[in-house]
Design a protein around this ligand. Sequence first.
Ligand code: ZN
Ligand code: ZN
Length: 447
Amino acid sequence: MSPFTWIPLLFNLFTLLSSPQPTLSVDPFVSKAQIPSYFLNLAKSPEVFEYMVRIRRALHEIPELGFEEFETSKLIRNELDQMGIPYKFPIAVTGVVGYIGSGNPPFVAIRADMDALAMQEAVEWEHKSRVPGKMHACGHDAHVAMLLGAAKILQEHHRDLDLEGTVVLVFQPAEEGGGGAKKMRDAGILENVDAIFGLHVSSRFPLGAVAARSGPVLAASGFFQVIVSGKGGHAAIPQHTIDPILASSNIIVSLQQLVSREADPLDSQVITIGKFVGGHAFNVIPDYVTMGGTFRAFTMESFMQLKHRIEQVVTLQAAVHQCNASVDFSPDEKPFYPVTANDKELHRHFQKVAGDMLGSANIKDFRPTMGAEDFSFFAEAIPGYFYYVGMLNETEGALASGHSPFFKVNEAALPYGAALQASLAAAYLLEHHSSVKTNKKSSHDEL
Ligand SMILES: [Zn+2]
Ligand SMILES: [Zn+2]
C-alpha cells in the first residue's frame, strides 16, 4: 500500500478515535466563525497541551540570552522537522522561519521571541533554570511553546480547512534589548508578508482573557551611556579637583526637567537613569562617573527631540562644572525600538477572532504603557498586531510580573496563546485569499 493510500485511512481512524472532538464543516463560510473555538479545544486537548508544556519546561531549563539561543533554536528546528514543516535557518544568528501551507499568497506571519534574561531564578521547582544567572523571566519559553502548538494545529488542519496561502512562523532571537526583530526584518523575512501577529503573556489579566487596543500600545525606546570626566583628588580639598559626581548629579536633575518642563504633559515621555557608577572610597573624589539610562516616548518625533536634548543637557551641564562628557546612544549595540502601534484593520480582525473564541467580555482594553517591544520593527514594516494573553488565576493569588526572579508562567494559558495565533492566521488567510488569487507571482521562491 502506498503512503498516499494509507495516510487518509490513518487520518480517518484518528478522526474516529478522537471523537467527540468537534468536527468542522468544509464550507469556509460556516467554519470561519467556528475555527477559534475548534482550535482552542484542540489546543486544550491532552495531545497538544502536554506537548506545549513539555516544550516550555524543556526551554525553561536551558535559558539563553539574545543571539545565543543555539539550543533553543535547535529544539525548534527538531520539532518543525518532526511536523514536516519546511523552514529557513539561520536568520539573525539563531532565528528560524517556518512555512505552513501552499507557499503562495496571501502570507500571514505569527511570531515568538526566544531569548531569556541575565538574572538568577528564585523559584524553586522541578524545571528551574539549570544555567546560573540566566532565567526565562519574561515568558519567552511559553511564547515558543505556544507558537509550536499553533504550528502543530495548523499543520494538521490547514487542508481540512481549505486554507489557501501560507502561514509564516517567525522564531526570533534577542527581543530583550538586542533588536532581533530588526535583524530578521532586515534579512527580508517579511517580503510578501501581508500581516504579522505577536503576543505576550501577562500576569495582570485573567486566564481566558486577552488585552489589546488599536493604535500605539508601547513606547519607542532607546538606551544611552554617559561618561562624565573630571579630575580626582582628596575629598577634603575639593578646590584641587573637578568633581564628576556633583556634575553627574546635576545632569540627572536637569534631564528630569526635560520631561517635566519641555514635553507636552499630554505627550507621555520618560527618562530614567538606572545606572550610576562613580568612586570607590568615602574620602576620594573620583576621576570619572559612568551613568546609563533609558528614554521613551510615544511618537518618533518626540523621541528624536528627547534624544537631541539629552545630548545637549549632558554635555552642557557637564561643562558648567568644568567636566567633559560623552553620550553613547547604542551601548552594547542596543538599537532604538520604534513605537509599537497596532493596525486598525487587524484590530477589527482580532476582536472578531478573539470574540468568537473567548466572548467579547474577555477582550480587555490594554492601557498603553511606556514599556517597549521589538515587535515594533515588524509592525513598522507591515501591518502588525500585538496583544496580551492573560495568565492570572485569581484563586491562586497574584503572579510575579515579568523580569522578576519570582516570575512564573501559568501553563494553563498556553492553549489560549496557541489557539489565538493559529486562529488569527487561519481566519486571515480565509478572509484574504480571494483578493490575491490573481497575483500568485509573488510566491516565495524558496518553497
Ligand atoms: Zn522582557
Ligand atoms: Zn518579553
